[in-house]
Design a protein around this ligand. Structure first.
Ligand code: SAM
Length: 246
């Protein structure tokens, strides 16, 4: 199987399916950072449906189709010792099952020696509010195992993270993550010179942070429009870091 590849400095951008790429190329991975697609019901909405065009949008672009957890299991087999993922509450059971793999069952491979949930408070929560609470806190979870060591960071860096949401209007994707937040995650989850993979690259926020912080990067995205935006963003970030006007 061949994949379309765009190389930008130490960043390798792959257009295609994440698991298919990892199985075919078996890259040696130090860390994985993922913002996985929501698994959610995009039908319904009744009389309010007309004003909820975001549901049509995420249905059409496939960002509500859910996530195959095998991507994480496979990354661990490729050497990943530090794994960070965003997730919504609906996804918590499968995410926690994965993070606890091996911790309680000594017969299974030990995935993580340490793990930490990180509450992330968004000032612009996704408006899925059909007679339900509108959750403005989501979670990020970081798990790691030897030889990876978490660096000692100032305490103020290790508590709930606030964020003023995303760059939807700027990059035309429903869940663009803020660069400041991605820089914190990249700094905490990897060391300079290591290879970070983002199997759900979207518009490339993880990749931009990796370029800025001197990490090697592999990003995989199967949506053409998002892939093209990621290429542009990473080229601009690389040019800026190299002192070249993009
Ligand atoms: C939540 S978004 C990531 C957004 C990203 N953090 C950003 O800042 O732009 C998840 C992305 O994963 C992509 N995706 C979902 N399944 C995939 C797969 N099997 N292979 C590659 N990309 C996939 C979707 O197209 C979507 O753009």
């Amino acid at each position: 199987m061949t994949f379309e590849v765009v190389q930008i400095g130490d960043a390798t951008l792959i257009f295609g399916d994440n698991l298919a790429y990892m199985r075919a190329e078996k890259p040696r991975i130090d860390a994985l950072i993922a913002d996985i697609p929501y698994k959610m019901k995009t039908s319904g909405g009744g009389e309010f449906r007309k004003s909820r065009t975001y549901l049509d949008e995420i249905k059409a672009n496939g960002t509500a189709d859910g996530f195959d957890i095998e991507v994480f299991h496979y990354a661990m087999r490729l050497g990943c010792n530090s794994l960070v993922t965003f997730y919504s509450l609906d996804q918590e059971p499968s995410i926690l099952r994965f993070f606890h793999q091996g911790l309680f069952d000594k017969q299974k491979p030990l995935y993580f020696e340490h793990q930490q949930p990180i509450p992330w408070q968004k000032t612009n929560p996704t408006p899925f509010c059909n007679r339900a609470y509108n959750a403005d806190v989501e979670y990020i979870r970081h798990g790691w195992r030897a030889p990876f060591k978490l660096k000692q960071r100032p305490l103020k860096d290790m508590k709930t993270w606030w964020s003023n949401g995303n760059g939807k209007s700027e990059f035309d994707h429903p869940s663009v993550k803020p660069i400041l937040l991605m820089r914190k995650l990249v700094r905490n989850a990897s060391h300079r010179g290591q290879l970070v993979i983002d199997p759900c690259m979207g518009t490339g926020s993880t990749g931009v942070a990796c370029i800025q912080l001197g990490r090697k990067f592999i990003g995989i995205e199967h949506n053409r429009a998002y892939f093209d935006i990621a290429v542009e963003r990473l080229q601009a970030a690389y040019a800026e870091m190299s002192g070249v006007v993009a």
